[in-house]
Write a protein that binds this ligand. Structure first.
Ligand SMILES: [Fe+2]
Length: 273
């Protein structure tokens, strides 16, 4: 039921965890450890597995890519266990200190993240062997941050990538910000993508570029249909994707295709204001 597996990617350790009724997790979440820096902490449901896999002797600080419960679920536990600071973008600090509600599907898959006092992440994080640069990449969430290790060609990308042809947005996701964040990321030099759900040991830069191109083209398609006078519900019908209804029902409307279309149309309204 509880899945945990350790991977080695050269000097980077990856800890894959998730709820797995049969074999593989429904949704794998990866934590990464590189030269005393732990990136993300996994869902709270997996706290026992995470706690036993992480050797505190090797952890000097925790960096979070964003506050979502599958990334911050064990931040408080590991902060106490290892006596180390937790860092993330300032936009996520209040969420973590006050706590935030989650929906039943998030409770089933990940569990609620206990409160934790985090600190503002410095832009540059240096260890004995590497230098990480924090790059703010909002759109998936307001606090979303990727960590770039230029000398090694690594990008710890949190939920910036996850998949190329994304078809479902959470209600709070913004396509314009995601496009800007992907553009910013394409400027960086890297090849290995340490995605929090689907790591790729090669062609990481190409994957990010492809996602950028896809979102730009999706956005244009929506705006062109709007220009032709189509209403939101007709655009959604015209572009509709498979599995929208099951995803919408499972997430109680938090994630669906309509939010993606609406996000494009909102961009238009924002620009007109
Ligand atoms: Fe997320």
């Amino acid at each position: 039921m509880l899945f945990a597996k350790q991977h080695s990617y050269g000097p980077v350790k990856g800890f894959e965890v998730g709820i797995a009724p049969m074999g593989k997790p429904i949704k794998s979440v990866y934590l990464y450890l590189i030269d005393s820096i732990l990136i993300d902490t996994g869902p709270h449901h997996l706290r026992k597995k995470v706690s036993s896999m992480i050797d505190c002797n090797n952890v000097a600080a925790i960096l979070l890519t964003h506050h979502h419960e599958d990334h911050s679920g064990n931040a408080g536990l590991l902060k106490d266990q290892c006596s180390v600071p937790v860092y993330l973008h300032p936009n996520g600090i209040a969420k973590l200190s006050k706590g935030f509600n989650i929906l039943p599907y998030q409770q089933i898959l990940f569990g609620k993240a206990p409160r934790v006092q985090a600190e503002t992440c410095p832009e540059i994080i240096e260890t004995e062997k590497i230098t990480l640069k924090a790059v703010h990449t909002p759109g998936h969430s307001k606090d979303h941050t990727v960590y770039h290790v230029e000398q090694e060609g690594w990008l710890f990308s949190g939920d910036l990538y996850v998949g190329e042809k994304i078809q479902f947005f959470r209600i709070d996701e913004r396509i314009d910000q995601q496009i800007d964040s992907l553009k910013k990321t394409v400027e960086l030099d890297f090849d290995i993508l340490f995605c929090a759900h689907r790591p790729s040991m090669k062609d990481g830069h190409t994957l990010i570029k492809r996602k950028l191109d896809y979102l730009i083209s999706f956005n244009q398609q929506v705006l062109e249909l709007h220009k032709k006078g189509m209403k939101e519900k007709d655009i959604i019908k015209r572009l509709r994707v498979k599995n929208d209804l099951p995803v919408k029902l499972f997430t109680m409307g938090n994630a669906c295709f309509s939010h993606m279309v609406r996000s494009s149309l909102n961009t238009l309204q924002d620009n007109q204001q």
